[in-house]
Each structure stands twice: as C-alpha cells, then as structure tokens.
Design a protein around this ligand. Structure first.
Ligand code: HEC
Ligand code: HEC
Length: 385
C-alpha cells in the first residue's frame, strides 16, 4: 500500500510533505472534527477542549446577527462558507459602516495557524483574537461594546439557545455569558477543517488521477527552486506559519513580498504597515504572514488589503519580483523594496506555465468543505440539526 502510494507521489512531494507515509484515511480527532489524512493532530487549548456540543452552539452564534450591537451583522457577514469563509470584498466593512483596512481572510484550517490575523506575532489563541471582531472599536466590526448586557439578554431569552448552552456547558448554571460565547465560537472556528481537495486525493489518498496533467505540472513549478513558493507556503497547510500538537517551536514568520515601495525606502500605506505596526521596528515594515493557499481560488481579492484582484495578478507580481505601481497615492517600485524577502527575486514563466500554476492552485479547492452541512447556516430552512 505504502509502496504503491510512494510510486504515485512525486519525489519532491515525498520529501516535503511526507506523502506516501502512514496516512491511511481520516482519523477521529478531538471531538468535533475528523483529522484529514496527512494532517497532524491540532493543538487545542487545555481550558477549552473541543466538544461536538460547543461546536454546534458556536455554529449558531457564528450565523446570528443578534450578536452585533445593531443586529445587522454576524461573523458570517464577512466569513461566508461558499467563499471558504472569506467575503469577496476588497476590504471588510463593519456593522456601523466603518471600513477595516484589511481583507477578510479565509477561515480554512485556522486551528493550525501559528498566529492569528494578517500580521500579529503575539495573537495566538482564538479565545483572545475573537474579542476583536466582537468588541473592537477601531474599527467597529460587530460593535458589541456598550451593548454587552442587551446582547446577552437577546440570546438568553431564546429557547433554542437555552437548550444549546445547557448542552455545551452542562456543569454550569447561568451558562449564557461572554466567556462561553467566545469558547463556543472558538470551537466552531477550530472545527473548520479542509483537507479533501483534488490535491489531497492526489498527495495523501493515493489517487494519481485526481490532478490533471496541467495541475501536476503546476505542482512541480510550485515546489521548484525557480519559483520558491513552498519556502513560505509549504507543508500540509500551505503556510509555514503552522502549529500543531507535536510542534517543537512556534514558527511565526512574516515576510515583505514587495507589494509597495511608496518612498523608495520600502514604505507601505500608513494604515497597513504589517508587523511594523506591532513591533515598531523599521525592518518589519510591510511584513505579513504567508496565508494558507487552501481554497485560494474562491477567496479573492487577494493580499492583506485585497489589492490583487485575481490569481494571475498575484503570480505576475511574484514573476516581476514585486509590484510596480505607476500612478496614484501608492505609486512606487515594489520590485526595489529594500525590505523585500530574498525569496521574492522574480522569475520568468511562459503563458502555459502560468496557466499550469493556476490550475494547481485551483486543485486546492475543497468542494466538500464549501458545502459541508456541519458548517452551514443553521437558521436557513433545512439547516437546523
Ligand atoms: C466586518 C467584517 C468582519 C466580521 C463581522 C468578522 N470578521 Fe473575522 N476578520 C475580518 C478581518 C478584516 C480580519 C483580518 C483582521 C486583521 O488582519 O487585522 C478577520 C480575521 C479573523 C480571524 C483570524 C483569521 C486568520 O487567518 O488568522 C478569525 C479566526 C476571524 N476573523 C473570525 C471571526 C469570527 C468568529 C467572527 C464573529 C465573532 C468574525 N470574525 C467577525 C473581518 C470580519
Ligand atoms: C517570502 C515568502 C513568500 C514566497 C516565496 C511566496 N509567498 Fe505568497 N505570500 C506571502 C505573504 C507574506 C503573503 C501575504 C502578503 C501580503 O498580503 O502583503 C502571500 C500571499 C499570497 C497569495 C494571496 C493569499 C491571500 O489569501 O490573499 C497567493 C495566492 C500567494 N501568495 C501565492 C504564492 C505563489 C504562487 C508563490 C510562488 C510563486 C508565492 N506565493 C511565494 C509569502 C510568500
């Protein structure tokens, strides 16, 4: 069996992903989700163990507009399942109309992210991070600040929630509180695991025909030293910023990919300076986390600020070794950004090779995940389970 898989598995993948190893189908993970073949055990905080009941409660809260101050938005307003829990917008707009400077990221395989959000090295736990969209005021997303008791009242009065909270937190009385809301939402987000794309069937499930010849050529390009993509988007989750139960160190890595160079010294737009915003170190200007590329075909527009409309546009920027913006307030030659990563040096692709690379990226789309009823809106007809 293993030998057979190894025969199907390109050598380069074998060394990078360990494909062809002991990955015999999905395994039961912590209650609430299955671990796909090829994936390690996720790291779950000891004080918020996964349970199917918390995931189900979290699913309801995720889709519930009553969680926002003015009842106009839920998490799903910016994180839609059909778009791998991104929103299709350039940058996000909160419940009171304020714009967020950043693009809403996909919530694919968040349980494995070493750090959370586009460029924050210290935000590592969902239980902490989710306070931002709920209570944050700069910018306002759900806008719960100042309406905490009113929102709890709306939820506590609903008999469905009374049942769901009692099941999720059976040892407690007065279960409807913000700590438990955040615990349940975190559990739901951790359950959003995607590992059933054509690429997974090819690399981990022994199905040599799951990728078209073009996508296979794209795969070889992706892992080549010419393109260097895998240095930052490597591993089972297509980002080196990954953590799991067996990790020995926290790999929190951030890179400048030469998208901007406003002043010739490497400046990025002032509302999106990346890691620099947190550390204040000038060398951290424009550094962002390499996001997962799973489901990337459905999560455009791309980059931290949604400034690349298509995958072809993203690839052309890497081909050029950065982005040259000729006019407007952000004009500048990103190719010459002095803070740019050495892995973004540029390369040449033929039109056919670019197509192949796009076909490979498209093979990371997991149709099961995008329509999985366990992650769908429970308030829509037929959704209640
Ligand atoms: C107004 C749109 C909006 C709403 C509403 C919203 N988010 Fe987000 N979400 C974003 C944006 C934008 C980011 C990126 C923030 C950053 O990088 O600073 C983000 C980031 C995240 C992340 C981190 C993802 C990663 O890749 O590290 C998680 C998890 C998340 N949101 C979950 C939620 C949950 C759960 C809710 C509901 C409580 C929610 N979001 C509500 C727009 C939104
Ligand atoms: C030096 C590390 C590095 C290398 C090499 C690299 N990337 Fe990236 N990639 C990143 C970072 C960091 C971001 C986010 C940048 C930002 O938003 O400013 C990103 C963003 C992306 C995105 C958009 C993701 C999203 O959710 O919006 C795609 C697609 C992508 N890269 C594909 C590739 C491909 C294909 C290659 C090889 C040609 C490649 N990357 C090489 C670090 C890298």
């Amino acid at each position: 069996m293993t030998t057979m898989r190894q025969a199907l598995c390109p050598l380069i993948l074998l060394s990078l992903l360990g494909c062809g190893g002991d990955t015999d189908g999905d395994r039961a993970g912590p209650a609430g989700f299955d671990i796909p073949a090829g994936f390690p055990e996720p790291k779950i905080p000891a004080d918020n163990p996964m349970t199917a009941e918390k995931v189900e409660l979290g699913r309801h809260l995720f889709y519930d507009k009553r969680l926002s101050g003015n009842e106009t938005q839920s998490c799903s307003s910016c994180h839609e399942q059909a778009l791998a829990f991104s929103d299709g917008e350039v940058t996000a707009q909160g419940s009171t109309g304020q714009f967020h400077p950043r693009n809403s990221p996909s919530l694919t395989n968040i349980a494995y992210n070493a750090t959370l959000t586009w460029a924050n090295p210290v935000l590592t736990e969902l239980e902490e991070q989710l306070l931002l969209p709920i209570f944050g005021e700069h910018p306002v997303e759900l806008g719960a600040t100042g309406k905490e008791d009113e929102i709890l009242g709306r939820i506590a009065a609903d008999s469905t929630y009374q049942r769901l909270f009692a099941r999720a937190f059976p040892a407690e009385t007065d279960q409807v509180n913000w700590d438990n809301i955040v615990r349940a939402l975190s559990s739901f987000v951790r359950a959003l695991i995607s590992g059933d794309s054509p690429f997974d069937r090819f690399a981990y499930q022994g199905d040599g025909s799951a990728l078209s010849p073009s996508a296979r050529r794209g795969l070889e390009l992706f892992y080549s030293e010419r393109l260097e993509c895998h240095h930052c988007h490597g591993g089972f989750n297509f980002t080196e910023s990954t953590i799991h139960a067996g990790s020995v160190f926290d790999a929190a890595l951030f890179h400048n990919t030469g998208l901007y160079n406003i002043d010739g010294n490497g400046s990025y737009p002032s509302d999106n300076t990346g890691l620099y915003e947190i550390t204040g170190r000038s060398s951290d200007m424009g550094k962002f986390r390499a996001p997962t590329l799973r489901n990337i075909a459905v999560t455009g527009p791309y980059m931290h600020d949604g400034s690349a409309a298509t995958l072809a546009e993203v690839i052309r920027s890497y081909e050029a070794g950065g982005r040259y913006i000729t006019e407007g307030p952000y004009a500048g030659d990103g190719r010459a950004n002095p803070l740019k990563s050495g892995f973004v040096a540029g390369f040449t692709l033929s039109d056919g090779e670019r197509e192949d690379l796009i076909h490979f990226l498209e093979s990371l789309t997991d149709a099961t995940f995008l329509a999985d009823p366990r992650f769908s809106n429970p308030f829509q007809a037929g959704g209640e389970q």
